[in-house]
Design a protein around this ligand. Structure first.
Ligand code: FAD
Length: 199
C-alpha cells in the first residue's frame, strides 16, 4: 500500500513569540519597551542581527507519518533535534506500507520494476520470519521505500535551520514536501519567526 506523508503538531511552546521577546529583552533589560505588538519588531531585529540563540527558548514537536525510511534517514542527521522512531527491531513489518516516488509512479515501465522489487522484498521478509529469523535480521531485506513513523522535537533556531536547508530547491523532493508542511504549521503559530522562510 502506498502512503502520503502527513505531519501533526503534537506540542508547541505557548505564546512562543512573547516568550522569545521576554527572554531576549533580558539581555538589554528593556522590558519597558514591551507592548502588544513589540515582539514582532524585536524578533525581526534578533534574526537580522544573527542573535539566533534567543529563538532556542521556544520549541515544537511533530509526528510525521507516511514518510519513507529514505526521508527519516535524512531528517535524523539534524543533530540539534530529538527523535523517536518506529523500530524495525520491535515492530513487525510483514504488512509494510511504501512511498512511490512520483517519477516512478508516472512511468509504467519503472513502476513495474519497482513493484517487482517490493513484492519480492515482502515475500522474502515473510519467508525469513517463517524460518524464525528475528525481526531485527529479517528487516535487512526491506527497501528504503518502506514507511516509518517518527516524532521530531526541535527548538525554533534548529527548525529554522532545518527549513533553510530542507525546503530549498536542492533538497530531495520527499523531505522538501514534508518540511514544507511543517513550515506551514510553524508559520501559523509563530508567524514572525518563520515569515522570511514561509512560501
Ligand atoms: C541538499 C543536501 C544534500 C545532502 N547530501 C548529503 C550527502 O550526500 N551525504 C551526507 O552524508 N549528508 C548529506 N546531507 C546531510 C548534511 O551533510 C547534514 O548532515 C545535514 O544537513 C545536517 O545539517 P547540519 O549539520 O548543518 O545541521 P544540524 O545537525 O541540524 O545542526 C545544526 C547546526 O548546529 C551546528 N552544529 C551541529 N553539530 C555541530 C558540530 N559537531 N560542530 C559544530 N557545529 C555543529 C552547525 O552550525 C549546524 O548547522 C545533505 C544535506 C542536504 C541539505
Amino acid at each position: 500500500m502506498s502512503d502520503t506523508a502527513k505531519v501533526e503538531l503534537l506540542a508547541i511552546t505557548p505564546n512562543a513569540e512573547r516568550l522569545i521577546e521576554e527572554a531576549g529583552r533580558t539581555c538589554y533589560l528593556s522590558f519597558d519597551k514591551m507592548a502588544d505588538d513589540s515582539h514582532k519588531r524585536f524578533i525581526r531585529m534578533i534574526i537580522k542581527n544573527g542573535h539566533h540563540s534567543v529563538l532556542e527558548h521556544a520549541s515544537a514537536t511533530f509526528r510525521i507519518t507516511g514518510g519513507s525510511r529514505s526521508f527519516t534517514h535524512q531528517i535524523v542527521r539534524h543533530r540539534m533535534a530529538s527523535f523517536s522512531q518506529q523500530s524495525q527491531r520491535y515492530v513487525d513489518e510483514h504488512d509494510f506500507h511504501i512511498v512511490i516516488p512520483p517519477s516512478i509512479q508516472g512511468n509504467p515501465e519503472a513502476l513495474e520494476v519497482f513493484n517487482g522489487l517490493i513484492n519480492s522484498s515482502r515475500d522474502a521478509y515473510a519467508k525469513l520470519k517463517a524460518m524464525d529469523i528475528r525481526k531485527e535480521d529479517a528487516r535487512f531485506v526491506l527497501p528504503n521505500a518502506v514507511t516509518s513513523e517518527i516524532v521530531v522535537s526541535a527548538n525554533f533556531r534548529e527548525w529554522r535551520h532545518i527549513m533553510d536547508v530542507r525546503t530549498e530547491k536542492g533538497a530531495q523532493w520527499e523531505i522538501r514536501d514534508i518540511c514544507s508542511q511543517i513550515l506551514a504549521v510553524l508559520a501559523q503559530h509563530a508567524p514572525t519567526v518563520f515569515e522570511d522562510m514561509a512560501q
